[in-house]
Design a protein around this ligand. Structure first.
Ligand code: ADP
Length: 149
């Protein structure tokens, strides 16, 4: 129920980063619908106003991001290694754009990561309830979808 193109752009950005920064192991994409009964596991401080949210996690077993770098990766043109001799190519724009798109969708994004162990990029998006559901049409998204990439 969000802009499909933008949603795919966000997912592709997170998944392609996960692939780029993972040399061995695996990448997992989680999808889960949250409501008042199961949102207790979320980090404190998220202003959850609507009834239902979808939680998506893109988890990798890659190089990880040190705690002090986790704030800067959402800044424009910022990379953990921004040196001219850096190993990984990129523009440093993908996560900045992703962050802006998620804000425009009234969502949230945050990182759980440990250096050399891997990262999970979590995103939380509100599920907009349609004002008038056409009779006989099921508008709710599926309750749980785990996809192994
Ligand atoms: P880039 O085009 O440089 O990948 P992004 O904005 O997508 O730009 O990412 C910014 C930086 O965040 C990356 O250069 C990298 O340092 C870090 N980063 C992003 N995703 C991951 C990840 N899955 N694992 C480790 N580091 C990551």
């Amino acid at each position: 129920m969000v802009d499909k193109m933008r949603f795919l752009q966000i997912l592709m950005n997170l998944i392609s980063n996960a692939v780029k920064f993972t040399h061995s192991g695996h990448i997992t994409v989680y999808g889960h619908v949250l409501d008042a009964t199961n949102r207790h596991s979320l980090p404190a401080g998220l202003p959850l106003l609507d009834d239902e949210w979808v939680l998506i996690g893109v988890k990798d077993t890659g190089i990880g991001i040190a705690p002090e770098d986790q704030r800067i990766v959402f800044d424009e043109f910022r990379q953990v290694d921004g040196s001219p001799t850096r190993e990984y190519e990129g523009t440093g724009l993908g996560l900045a754009i992703t962050h802006k798109l998620i804000e425009m969708m009234n969502g949230h994004i945050w990182i759980e990561s440990e250096l050399n162990r891997g990262s999970t990029f979590w995103l939380l998006l509100p599920i907009a309830k349609p004002q008038h559901e056409p009779a006989g049409v099921e508008m709710r998204p599926s309750t749980k979808a785990d996809l192994l990439v």
